[in-house]
Design a protein around this ligand. Sequence first.
Ligand code: NDP
Ligand SMILES: N[C@@H](CC=O)C(=O)O
Length: 348
Amino acid sequence: MKIAFIGFGGVGQALVKILRDRRQKLADDYDMNATIVAVSDIMKGSVYDPNGLDEDHLLDTIAEYNHLDYYPDTASSIKGWDSLKTIKQSNADVIIEVTFTDVKTGQPAIDHCRMAFENNKSIVTTNKGPVALAFQELSQVAKKQNVYWGFEGTVMSGTPALRLPFTTLAGNEITEIKGILNGTTNFMLTEMEKGLSYQDALALAQTNGYAEADPTNDVEGFDARYKTVILSNVVMNAPMKPDDVMCEGISGLTLNDLEIAIENDQRWRLVARIKKEGQSVTASVKPELLHKNDPLATVMGSTNAIVYDCDLAGPVMLTGAGAGLMETGYSLLIDLIHYQKDKVMMKQ
Ligand SMILES: NC(=O)C1=CN([C@@H]2O[C@H](COP(=O)(O)OP(=O)(O)OC[C@H]3O[C@@H](n4cnc5c(N)ncnc54)[C@H](OP(=O)(O)O)[C@@H]3O)[C@@H](O)[C@H]2O)C=CC1
Ligand SMILES: N[C@@H](CC=O)C(=O)O
């Protein structure tokens, strides 16, 4: 498997560490040998080597210089290719799309996915834009080209929130989904309940790698709204647009609000809800005052939780990381392992 990274921030670098550290186990357990052939980042530059790049050199170069121009040259390496050229002209089979999520346009990630599929390359991504705004179109192109599209990490990071309903809960009719879908805001609310200021809690969430490049998207609920749209598109099979989701963030909540809630055995949580009634699907993201024993109120820090209301199995709750660099890097690994399994199955 030859892979190319488009975008090389915290999540992309976490996947490189995982691939380096798990190389032998991945080969033994899944017959998976991933060679990184390219990295292209708008600010950190790019390097392509059809024979493969060295994980340690990549990580060390970024840690020391924050620019790939300093990656040691080889006879076959090329520097300076932009994202589209890398997708089109590199010999990668799988493109890891980990650029920032644009909550208005979904770009440039939508173009990156389209370009990859049209050139018979698979995509594995944690970028919410393409799945929230172009799911129908891009899935059709991927299907037509017979390539793989993995996006497990777009909802709840490395916690398998999308595979759970598809695999383990298959056969149920899911009538309602509710959950805490943003790690940054849940972390902030938890820290604010302990007395930290809004600004300090946000700064800490950013330092920990939970927040979006523009954290307004977290605190105003836009990131959770994207995830709500993804769940509706992918799990409920009900195409939805972000504007269809009523959305309010946590920026209006004060330390005093959180303190009063705790005095009354309650907690504020940013809750996303999607409800299916007949053919109609409605959704919202907003702060809700929950009793302290409500399962969603017990979710702390950057942990997230989701409850699937299933007609046969009843309510099923999944809880786990909602953000974090290693956790999200791991979500990319889950998809790469499934890509590898699909390839092996197709050969048999
Ligand atoms: N961090 C997390 O916990 C989670 C993140 N995600 C998603 O994963 C993705 C990556 O997240 P993360 O690594 O934390 O984000 P970062 O902001 O750390 O990394 C994104 C990288 O992409 C680069 N970039 C931006 N535009 C382009 C472009 N057009 N071509 C090439 N590179 C580009 C950025 O460059 P620069 O910043 O230097 O301009 C940056 O290096 C995002 O879409 C995020 O929403 C999903 C789940 C959890
Ligand atoms: N900023 C997001 C990252 C994961 O999608 C969050 O905090 O949940």
